[in-house]
Write a protein that binds this ligand. Structure first.
Ligand SMILES: Nc1nc2c(c(=O)[nH]1)N[C@H]1C(S)=C(S)[C@@H](COP(=O)(O)OP(=O)(O)OC[C@H]3O[C@@H](n4cnc5c(=O)[nH]c(N)nc54)[C@H](O)[C@@H]3O)O[C@H]1N2
Ligand SMILES: Nc1nc2c(c(=O)[nH]1)N[C@H]1C(S)=C(S)[C@@H](COP(=O)(O)OP(=O)(O)OC[C@H]3O[C@@H](n4cnc5c(=O)[nH]c(N)nc54)[C@H](O)[C@@H]3O)O[C@H]1N2
Ligand code: SF4
Ligand SMILES: [Mo]
Length: 862
C-alpha cells in the first residue's frame, strides 16, 4: 500500500508517496498531487528509502548506558524534573527542542513547560535558524507572519535571493523558479552572496557582497526608492516610520558593500523599477549579530513600496527545517506563548491559562539557546531534556556546549540513534520513532500544513516524541496530557488557535479542529475571504495596535573582523542534512562531497602555502578544526567557507561550530554563525592515508573522516607521527589477518595493502607522505568484488575513470561530464542525454551548468 506523507528535510515540504517493500524498506517518489512539489523530489528526498533501516537505531530506553524499561525511564525523568522544580524552582529545568519536531510533539513540549512546569525555559534550534526573521517580522508587522506563497516566486518579474543558496537548500523550490524563468525568460534573478554558489548558475546577476553588508545594501535601496520617487504614497497610511528609517538609511555606505558601482546601481534600479519583486532571504541574513536589523532593512523596502501581500511580490523568509513554521505556530521559542500569542501580554497569558486549565503559567520569557546552555554550564539548570536536535555539534561554541551538557546533573535526550555526539552525553536516552514511522503534521515555508504518515511499524520500543512528553507530564501529576493519538493534540492546538484568533491574532486554524485528521489534505492557512488568496497584508492591515506596519530604523554595521584573522563562512552542502545522522546512512548521498572541507580563495591559499587537497588547521579562540583544502575563486579572499555537516561520528575534527563564538543578535538572540574569526594554517601531517573497508573502523589518528559506500565505508586519514609497522597498524585498525597483496616503497613512506575475505576485496589501504591521489570512485566500486588490480588504485587505462561524482542519482562523475562537454554537449539537457546526469531528481543541474560555463570560459580564454 502506498502512503501519502511529507519529506522530513527542508522547509519546502514536498509531498512523498512511500511504498513499503517486503524487507522493511520503503520506495519513495514525489507526490504528483502535493502543491509544494507536484511530483518532484530533490536528491535527499529521493534517497529517503536508504535511511529507514532499523539497524543501528536506538530501540530501547537507556539509563546511564544500560537498557531500561520505559516505565523506569519515564519515572526517573518525571522524578528528577519534579525534584528540581521543587528544590530549585521552575526555572531550574529546561528543554531544548527542534524545528524538526512534528507540530503535535512541539505542542506537547511547549504546553508542559509553559503551562504546567511554569517556566519558559524551552528553546529550540530555530533560535539558530529563524529567530531573526521572527523578530524582524514582529517588529515590522506586529506578528510573526510570512506574507507570501511559493507561487509568488513564479509570478515575480524579479526574484532577489539574498543569503540563500536555494539550489542546494530548497532544491525543489529552486527548480520551480528555474521552470518559471524558462517559461518567461524576461524574469530576472539576482543572487546576493559573498560566495558564488550553485544558485548563481541560474541567475542574471550575482552580487558578491562583502560579508555582512546586506543592511548597507538594502538601506541604500531604501534611499534610492525615495530619491527616485518610488515610495508608494497610497500605501503610506498603512505604514509608520518612513522618516526615521530613511534617516538611518542615509548613513549607509556604498563602499561597505564591496560591490562595483555599476553592479550596485544596476541592482538598485532593477529593484526600484520592478513592481513584482520578491526578496527571498535565509541564513546569510538571519545568522548574524545584526540579523534582525538586516531582516528589517529588507522589509522596509517592501513596505515603502507597498510590494507585499500581492501576487508576485513580497519579502519571503524561507524556513529551513520541515516544521520550522509549525514550531512558530505552537510558540516553540522561549519568548513566545502559543499560536503566535505573546508571553509578555497578560491577556494572552490568561486566555491560554484558561484554555489549558494551566496550574502554573510561565510569566516571562525563558532563556534563549546560547544563554540556556550557559545556564547549564553554570549549574543553574538541574535537569535538561533535549529532543530531536544535536547541540553538541550545531550550537556555536560547540565544545563548550558539549562540556556543559556532560556536566549537567541530569540530561535526557530523545533520539532515534544512540551514538550522536549529544546522545553520548545523556543520562537517559529515550528511543523516538523516526520519519516513516510517525504520524503528525508539519507546516512548510508557505504556511501549508501537511500530514506526515507512518508507512512502517515502530521498531523495537521506539515511541513518538509527543508520547514521551505526555507520559512524563502525567507522571509529574499534570492533567491535560491524556492524549492517545496525535489527532487529539492537533484538534486541541487548532482549537487554541481559535482563542488566539478571537484576540486578533493571524494564526487561526480553528476550522480544522474537527477535520478528518487521517484524510487531511495539504491545507494553507489563512483560509477565508478576508485574506486575499492566502496572502497577508495586501489590504494594508497589520497586527500592530493601530493596524499600521512599522519601518524600523536600521543602522547598518559590518561584522567585527579582528586583525590578522579570516572570517569563516559556514553553511550547507547539496546532499547532506545537518549532522548527517540520516543522510549519512545513504551511500548515494555520500558520493557528492565525502569529506569536511575548507573552500579557500587562491590568493589565501598561495599566501598560506596551501595546495589543493592539503589539510588545513583552522583555529579560533573557541576551538579547532582540520579540513581538506579546496581552492576556489568562488569565495572571496579572506572569507573561506566550510560545511556544517561533520560531527564527532563522521570526522575527528570536522565540527565547524567548535570554531564559532556564541555571539548573538541582541534582539533575536540568534548566533552569528556565518562569520567566525579564525586563523588558517597547515596541518603538519607526517602521513596521509585512504582506506576502503567493508566494515566500519575507529581510526586512532589526528585526522580522519569517514563516509558510506554501497558495500562499506571510505576513510581519509592523516597523522603527525608514522607508526613503526604499517602492516601491524593496518591489521589492528581493520581487525583482519595479513594483507593478501601489498606493495610500496617504505623509504619514501609509501604503502599499499589489500585485504581479502572469501576471495573478495574486504579492504584496501593506501599510505603516502602526501595527500593520496587515486580514483576514489573506482576503489569504492571495487570493494566487495574481485580483488585483482586493487593496489593500482585507478581503473586500467582502457577503462574510463568517472572522477568525483556530480550526479548522485546516476553516479555520473566530473570526468565523464567534462568529456561529454568536450564532445560537443552544449547544454544541461544535452549533457543529460549523453550521460544521464541531471535526468533524475535534477539537484545537480546547477553544477552541470557551472561545468558548462567553466568550459565556455576556458574556451573563450584560449
Ligand atoms: N542540503 C541541505 N538543505 C538544507 C539543509 C541542510 O542541512 N542541507 N538545512 C535546512 C535548514 S535547517 C536551513 S536553515 C536552510 C538554510 O538554507 P540557506 O540559508 O540557503 O543555506 P546556508 O548554506 O546556511 O547559507 C546560505 C548562504 O548564505 C551565504 N552568506 C554568508 N554570509 C552572508 C552575508 O553576509 N550576506 C549574504 N547575502 N549571504 C551570506 C552563504 O555563503 C551561503 O551560500 O537549509 C535547509 N535545507
Ligand atoms: N556554524 C553553523 N552552525 C549552524 C548552522 C549554520 O549554518 N552554521 N545552522 C543552524 C541551523 S539553521 C540549524 S536548523 C541547526 C540544525 O542543527 P541540529 O538540529 O542540531 O541538527 P540535526 O542533525 O538535524 O539534529 C537532529 C537530531 O535529531 C535526531 N532525530 C532524527 N529523527 C528524530 C525523531 O523523530 N525524534 C527525535 N527525538 N530525534 C530524531 C537526529 O538523529 C539528529 O541527531 O544547526 C545550526 N547550526
Ligand atoms: S526540496 Fe528536497 S529536502 Fe526539501 S522537502 Fe523537497 S525533497 Fe525534501
Ligand atoms: Mo535551520
Amino acid at each position: 500500500m502506498t502512503i501519502r506523507t511529507t519529506c522530513p528535510y527542508c522547509g519546502v515540504g514536498c509531498g512523498v508517496l512511500a511504498t513499503p517493500d517486503e524487507q522493511g524498506g520503503l520506495t519513495v517518489r514525489g507526490d504528483p498531487d502535493h502543491p509544494a512539489n507536484r511530483g518532484r523530489l530533490c536528491v535527499k528526498g529521493a534517497a529517503l528509502g536508504e535511511t529507514v533501516a532499523t539497524q543501528g537505531r536506538l530501540l530501547t530506553p537507556r539509563i546511564d548506558g544500560a537498557e531500561a524499561s520505559w516505565d523506569r525511564a519515564l519515572d526517573l525523568v518525571a522524578d528528577r524534573f519534579a525534584a528540581a522544580v521543587r528544590d530549585h524552582g521552575p526555572d531550574s529545568v529546561a528543554m531544548y527542542v527542534s524545528g524538526q519536531l512534528l507540530t503535535e510533539d512541539y505542542y506537547a513540549a511547549n504546553k508542559l513547560m509553559k503551562g504546567f512546569i511554569g517556566s519558559a525555559n524551552i528553546d529550540t534550534n530555530s533560535r539558530l535558524c529563524m529567530a531573526s526573521s521572527v523578530a524582524g517580522h514582529r517588529r515590522a508587522f506586529g506578528s510573526d507572519t510570512v506574507p507570501g506563497l511559493y507561487e509568488d516566486l513564479e509570478l515575480a518579474d524579479l526574484v532577489v535571493l539574498t543569503g540563500s543558496n536555494l539550489a542546494w537548500c530548497h532544491p525543489v523550490l529552486h527548480q520551480r523558479l528555474m521552470a518559471a524563468k524558462a517559461a518567461r525568460p524576461d524574469m530576472r534573478i539576482v543572487v546576493i552572496d559573498p560566495r558564488r554558489t550553485a544558485t548563481c548558475e541560474g541567475a542574471d546577476l550575482h552580487l558578491a557582497i562583502a560579508p555582512g553588508a546586506d543592511a548597507h545594501l538594502f538601506n541604500l535601496l531604501l534611499c534610492h526608492l525615495f530619491d527616485t520617487g518610488r515610495i508608494d504614497a497610497g500605501f503610506m497610511p498603512h505604514v509608520a516610520g518612513l522618516d526615521v528609517a530613511l534617516s538611518a538609511a542615509r548613513r549607509a555606505d556604498p563602499a561597505a558593500t564591496g560591490l562595483e558601482p555599476c553592479d550596485l546601481s544596476a541592482f538598485l534600479e532593477m529593484w526600484a523599477a520592478t513592481d513584482r519583486v520578491v526578496t527571498v532571504y535565509s541564513q546569510g541574513i538571519n545568522q548574524s549579530d545584526t540579523g534582525t536589523d538586516k531582516v528589517n532593512a529588507i522589509l522596509n523596502c517592501h513596505l515603502a513600496t507597498g510590494r507585499i501581500g500581492h501576487p508576485g511580490m513580497g519579502p519571503f523568509s524561507v524556513t529551513g527545517q520541515p516544521n520550522a513554521m509549525g514550531g512558530r505556530e505552537v510558540g516553540g521559542l522561549s519568548n513566545m506563548l502559543a499560536c503566535h500569542l505573546e508571553l509578555e501580554n497578560p491577556d494572552h497569558r490568561d486566555a491560554v491559562r484558561a484554555f489549558w486549565n494551566a496550574p502554573r503559567m510561565a510569566e516571562r520569557p525563558g532563556l534563549k539557546a546560547v544563554d540556556l546552555f550557559r545556564a547549564v554550564e553554570e549549574g543553574r539548570i538541574k535537569a535538561l531534556w533535549i529532543i530531536h536536535t544535536n547541540p553538541a555539534v550545531t550550537m556555536p561554541d560547540a565544545d563548550r556546549v558539549a562540556r556543559a551538557i556532560a556536566a549537567c546533573d541530569f540530561t535526557v535526550v530523545s533520539e532515534a540513534w544512540p551514538d550522536t555526539d549529544t546522545a553520548r552525553l545523556a543520562h537517559v536516552l529515550l528511543p523516538a520513532t523516526a520519519w516513516g514511522e510517525k504520524d503528525g503534521t508539519v507546516t512548510n515555508s508557505e504556511r501549508l500544513i501537511s500530514r506526515q504518515r507512518a508507512a512502517l511499524p515502530a521498531p523495537g520500543q521506539a515511541r513518538p516524541d509527543w508520547w514521551a512528553v505526555a507520559q512524563v507530564a502525567r507522571r509529574m501529576g499534570f492533567r491535560g496530557f491524556g492524549w492517545t493519538e496525535p489527532a487529539q493534540i492537533f484538534a486541541e492546538h487548532a482549537a487554541l488557535s481559535g482563542v488566539a484568533g478571537a484576540l486578533g491574532g493571524d494564526f487561526d486554524i480553528s476550522d480544522l479542529a474537527g477535520a478528518d485528521y487521517e484524510a487531511l489534505a495539504p491545507v494553507h492557512w489563512p483560509q477565508g475571504p478576508a485574506q486575499r488568496a492566502g496572502r497577508f497584508f495586501g489590504t494594508g492591515r497589520f497586527h500592530t495596535p493601530d493596524g499600521r506596519a512599522r519601518m524600523a530604523p536600521v543602522m547598518a554595521r559590518l561584522p567585527d573582523h579582528p586583525v590578522g584573522r579570516m572570517l569563516l563562512n559556514t553553511g550547507r552542502t547539496r546532499d547532506q542534512w545537518h549532522t548527517m545522522t540520516r543522510t549519512g546512512l545513504s551511500p548515494r548521498l555520500a558520493r557528492h562531497l565525502a569529506e569536511p572541507y575548507l573552500q579557500l580563495h587562491p590568493d589565501d591559499a598561495g599566501r598560506l602555502g596551501l595546495a589543493a587537497a592539503d589539510l588545513a588547521q583552522v583555529d579560533s579562540p573557541q576551538g579547532r578544526a582540520i579540513l581538506r583544502v579546496m581552492i576556489s575563486d568562488a569565495v572571496r579572499p579572506g572569507h573561506p567557507f566550510a560545511p556544517i555537516h561533520w560531527s564527532g561520528q563522521s570526522a575527528s575534527a570536522g565540527r565547524i561550530d567548535a570554531l564559532v563564538a556564541g555571539q548573538v543578535d541582541p534582539v533575536s538572540g540568534q548566533p552569528a554563525s556565518k562569520a567566525a574569526a579564525v586563523t588558517v594554517g597547515r596541518f603538519a601531517a607526517a602521513w596521509h592515508a585512504f582506506l576502503v573497508s567493508d566494515a566500519p573502523v575507529s581510526p586512532d589518528c589526528a585526522y580522519w573522516a569517514q563516509s558510506r559506500l554501497p558495500g562499506g565505508w571510505q576513510v581519509e586519514m592523516a597523522g603527525t607521527r608514522a607508526p613503526d609497522d604499517w602492516q601491524d597498524w593496518a591489521r589492528r585498525l581493520l581487525d583482519l589477518g595479513a594483507p593478501a597483496q601489498q606493495m610500496g616503497d617504505p623509504a619514501r613512506g609509501l604503502h599499499r595493502m589489500a585485504f581479502h575475505r572469501d576471495g573478495r576485496l574486504a579492504a584496501a589501504l593506501f599510505v603516502g607522505p602526501r595527500p593520496v591521489a587515486l580514483s576514489r570512485s573506482h576503489l569504492a566500486a571495487m570493494l566487495g568484488g574481485a580483488p585483482a588490480g586493487a593496489l593500482a588504485g585507478r581503473p586500467r587505462s582502457d577503462m574510463p575513470d568517472p572522477g568525483a561524482i556530480v550526479c548522485a542519482c546516476l553516479g555520473v562523475g566530473v570526468n565523464t561530464i567534462r568529456q561529454a562537454i568536450g564532445q560537443g554537449c552544449a547544454g544541461v539537457a544535452a549533457l543529460g542525454q549523453a550521460t544521464g546526469a541531471g535526468t533524475n531528481c535534477g539537484s545537480c543541474r546547477p553544477e552541470l551548468a557551472a561545468l558548462l560555463a567553466g568550459a565556455a570560459r576556458l574556451q573563450a580564454a584560449e
